[in-house]
Design a protein around this ligand. Structure first.
Ligand code: NCD
Length: 357
C-alpha cells in the first residue's frame, strides 16, 4: 500500500488489517499515543471541509504526530500561480505523508506522480473519496457485523457524490450485496461506476422513489445534493429537496436498520431522526477518525520511494471532462486506460478522445 488515491488502492486483505487495527485503537487508545511521534502530516485542503480535515488532523495528533498545511488555499502560494506539482515537491520535503482535497477530478492522482511520500486523497472534485469509504465500511461492519448479503439503498446525488462512487466500488468486492440506487435521472450513477458492478455481476436497481424500497433495506446511505458541482444553478434549485428522510418514513424501515450519511446534511434528514437509535451518522463520523488513525499509522511505517517514472506509450489522449485536473495542470502526461466502452482518462475516469499525431 502506498498512495491512497482510489479505494481500489486498498485490497480486501489490507482493509481487513486496517479494520482490525481500528478496533484495537478504539479498545486501547493509550497504546497508540506515541506511535507517530516525530512524524509530520502535510494537510492540503484546497476545498472546504470540516470532518475530513479535522479528523485527519486529530488522528495524527492522537498518534503523537504533528500536522502542517492549509485549509484555505487563499493563504498558500496557489494564489501566486504555483503548480500542484511544485507544491507537492515542496511539501513532500517537509512531511512524511500528505493528505489532499482538491476541487479538480484526478488531482490526487496527479499529485502522486510527483511525491516520494504517500498521498492520501481526501476528495478530488466529484470523483472519489476513499477515506470516507473507510469510515462508511467500518461503521457498517462494526454495527452490523458483516458486509456480505447487505441490502443497501444509496440515495440523493449519485452523479457528483464522490463518497458514493468510492463506496460502491468497495462494496462491489463483497458477496451478494444488493444495491438500490435512488436518485432523479439527472443525478444517476456515472457509467464507469456502473461498469464495475456489471463486470462483477453485482445486482443493482436504479429507482427514483425512496418509499417503495425503504422497507427492504438494511442500510440507507443518504447524501447531499452537491450544489457546488452543478454547472447550472437552476438545475440545483429544481432538484434540491427531492428526498427527505423523516420520522414518518423511518416507521417503515426495518428494526435492524442503519441510516448513514457522510455529512454535512442540508435538508435530506430531518433533525428528529437524530434521536432514532438507527441513525448512525454521528458514530460514522467518529469511526472515520479511528479508521484514519489506522491508515496514518500503517502508512507512516513505509519509507520514501522515488516518484514513479511515467512512460506514456499511448497516442495522445484528450480528456472530455472540463473538471479534470489535466485541464488546469497542463504539464501532466496524458494517461488513459482501456474499458469495455472505450478509453478512459486515468486521472478522472471520464471518456477520452485521441488527437492524431
Ligand atoms: C463529503 C464530501 O466532502 O464529499 N463530506 C465528507 O467528506 N464527510 C460529502 C459532502 O460534502 O456532501
Amino acid at each position: 500500500m502506498r498512495h491512497i488515491i482510489d479505494i481500489t488502492d486498498i485490497s480486501r486483505e489490507e482493509f481487513d488489517r486496517l479494520y482490525s487495527l481500528f478496533g484495537d485503537i478504539i479498545d486501547h487508545p493509550g497504546d497508540y499515543v506515541d506511535c507517530c511521534k516525530g512524524k509530520v502530516l502535510g494537510s492540503l485542503f484546497y476545498e472546504p471541509s470540516t470532518r475530513t480535515n479535522l479528523s485527519f488532523s486529530t488522528a495524527m495528533l492522537r498518534l503523537g504526530g504533528s500536522v502542517v498545511g492549509f485549509s484555505d488555499p487563499g493563504s498558500s502560494s496557489v494564489t501566486k500561480g504555483e503548480t500542484l506539482k511544485d507544491t507537492i515537491r515542496i511539501v513532500s520535503g517537509y512531511a512524511n505523508m500528505i493528505v489532499m482535497r482538491n476541487p479538480m477530478e484526478g488531482a490526487a492522482k496527479a499529485a502522486s506522480l510527483y511525491s516520494p511520500v504517500p498521498i492520501i486523497n481526501a476528495g478530488d472534485g466529484g470523483h472519489s473519496h476513499p477515506t470516507q469509504t473507510l469510515a462508511d465500511m467500518s461503521t457498517i461492519l462494526r454495527l452490523r457485523g458483516s458486509l456480505d448479503g447487505l441490502k443497501i439503498g444509496i440515495c440523493g446525488d449519485l452523479k457528483y457524490g464522490r463518497t458514493v462512487h468510492s463506496l460502491v466500488k468497495s462494496l462491489s468486492n463483497y458477496k451478494n450485496v444488493q444495491f438500490y440506487f435512488i436518485s432523479p435521472r439527472e443525478l444517476a450513477l456515472p457509467a464507469y461506476v456502473r461498469d464495475i458492478l456489471n463486470e462483477k455481476k453485482q445486482k443493482y436497481f436504479e429507482v427514483s422513489g425512496l418509499d417503495p424500497v425503504l422497507p427492504m433495506l438494511d442500510v440507507l446511505y443518504m447524501t447531499r445534493i452537491q450544489k457546488e458541482r452543478f454547472i447550472d444553478p437552476l438545475e440545483y434549485e429544481r432538484l434540491r429537496g427531492t428526498y427527505v428522510l423523516d420520522t414518518k418514513k423511518m416507521r417503515n424501515a426495518k428494526k435492524e436498520f442503519l441510516v448513514l450519511h457522510p455529512l454535512p446534511r442540508v435538508d435530506e434528514i430531518t433533525n428528529e431522526v437524530d434521536d432514532d437509535p438507527r441513525a448512525a451518522y454521528f458514530t460514522q463520523a467518529r469511526f472515520g477518525m479511528y479508521m484514519r488513525m489506522a491508515l496514518l499509522l500503517t502508512l507512516s511505517k513505509l519509507g520514501e520511494t522515488a516518484p514513479q517514472r511515467i512512460d506514456c506509450d499511448m497516442p495522445k489522449c484528450v480528456c472530455s471532462n472540463a473538471k479534470c485536473i489535466t485541464k488546469t495542470e497542463t504539464y501532466l502526461p496524458p494517461l488513459c486506460y482501456e474499458s469495455d466502452d472505450g478509453a478512459r482518462c486515468a486521472f478522472c475516469d471520464k471518456e477520452v478522445s485521441f488527437n492524431s499525431i
